[in-house]
Design a protein around this ligand. Structure first.
Ligand code: AMP
Length: 228
């Protein structure tokens, strides 16, 4: 069973890593940001309510996010686990999650904050498949078109300077304290998030496999107990 939470500031690479790892583990990648952006594009009542908060870089009210997430966590695809990316974002959400399901691992992405602003400004995303690109380090093959479906890439409104500042501040105040919340529960595993996506992915696999019997790929070495 893999019930994993990715914790880390915007721009740390959670989405990129979550997409790959979830596929490898055969579990759903549940990104509340992606679910909310889909609702905004669909102009659903929930999406319309969420849009202003997102544009400003503020957190969407907890009840809206929980409404989106609950049914995904209860769906049959999540029976073998899930990878939560961008949730929980504050203590109330962490407590709500605890009431719905246990979690096995919380991976904390650790990164120098000065790198984040550059990464977010250079980020472009595919509005169709949510693939993430970086104009400097991971550019699309064709200028500003998604490699998979050729859709024109978006520059998210909240990846612009003013909203970036707000998002980093919201992270510092509301989300970062969750590290202590999960450390107290013995679930927190820090991972250095600098370097290339492949380097981060390798560190991540070590952390995810550790202490999970029969956890992942058949090529992995015998499972180690976590060192205390
Ligand atoms: P992300 O794609 O995770 O960076 O999320 C983009 C935006 O969606 C955030 O800045 C928030 O406005 C909103 N959002 C995503 N996840 C949550 C959450 N768990 N709680 C509240 N708002 C969220």
């Amino acid at each position: 069973m893999h019930r994993i939470v990715f914790l880390g500031p915007p721009g740390a690479g959670k989405g990129t890593q979550a997409a790959t790892l979830a596929k490898e583990l055969g579990i759903p990648h549940l990104s509340t940001g992606d679910l909310l952006r889909t609702a905004v594009r669909a102009r659903s009542p929930l999406g319309q309510e969420a849009e202003g908060y997102m544009r400003a870089g503020r957190l969407v009210p907890d009840d809206l996010v929980l409404r989106l997430l609950r049914e995904r966590l209860a769906a049959p695809e999540a029976a073998r686990g899930f990878l939560l990316d961008g949730f929980p974002r504050n203590r109330a959400q962490a407590e709500a999650l605890e009431a719905v399901t246990p979690v096995d691992r919380v991976v904390a992405f650790e990164i120098d904050p000065t790198i984040l602003v550059q990464r977010l400004s250079d980020r472009r995303v595919c509005p169709v498949c949510a693939a993430v690109y970086n104009l400097t380090s991971q550019p699309p093959k064709q200028d500003l078109l998604c490699d998979r479906d050729q859709a024109p890439l978006d520059h998210r409104p909240d990846d612009r300077p003013e909203a970036i500042r707000t998002r980093l501040e919201v992270y510092r105040q509301e989300t970062a304290p969750l590290e202590a919340f999960y450390r107290e529960r013995g679930l927190l595993r820090p991972v250095r998030a600098d370097g290339t996506p492949a380097e981060v992915a390798a560190r991540l696999r070590t952390v995810v496999e550790e202490g999970m019997p029969g956890a992942t790929r058949t090529t992995s070495p015998p499972t180690k107990r976590p060192s205390q």
